[in-house]
Design a protein around this ligand. Structure first.
Ligand SMILES: [Zn+2]
Ligand SMILES: [Zn+2]
Length: 149
């Protein structure tokens, strides 16, 4: 049984659908500085999925950012009209996309299953007891286990 999981930007030009979804994705919060800057908020909410499950319409704009040492390039896609940042890929994680969970139509139903980069967490934000969290990035295998449930 699949579920229609869709989302998009603020103005409605860029829309996406998660092919074959069986429910809302398991979203996490990243409190790193880049996510704070990019979201203009305390943290970003994101979910990871195979890039080929993301069916996007509306011709998102592309912004590429290569790390200073040249080892990886982040490709950010967002709306060219309203500037909502929708998802990105990274050459370090081929085949995977990281989507901004706040762009889901049902974002109010999400549960944050993990928090990373908590050493930059703002005072006043409390992580519920028992929710996995890491001071910086999470070890990939542990993180994958949490995100897949
Ligand atoms: Zn837009
Ligand atoms: Zn981050």
């Amino acid at each position: 049984m699949t579920d229609e999981i869709e989302g998009g930007c603020r103005c409605g030009r860029v829309r996406y659908r998660v092919a074959g979804a069986t429910g809302l994705p398991r979203a996490y919060a990243c409190h790193c500085r880049d996510c704070q800057t990019w979201s203009g908020s305390a943290f970003s909410t994101q979910f990871i999925l195979p890039e080929d499950q993301l069916q996007v319409t509306g011709e998102p704009a592309l912004f590429e950012l290569t790390s200073p040492d040249g080892s990886r390039t982040s490709r950010q896609r967002g709306c060219p009209v309203c500037f909502t940042r929708v998802f990105n890929t990274n050459t370090r994680r081929p085949g995977l996309a990281v989507a901004r969970a706040g762009t889901l139509d049902r974002s109010d139903e999400l549960t944050l299953v993990a928090h990373i980069w908590t050493k930059r967490k703002l005072a006043g934000i409390e992580i519920p007891a028992g929710t996995p969290s890491w001071e910086e990035g999470a070890p990939p295998a542990e993180f994958a286990a949490v995100l897949t449930g």
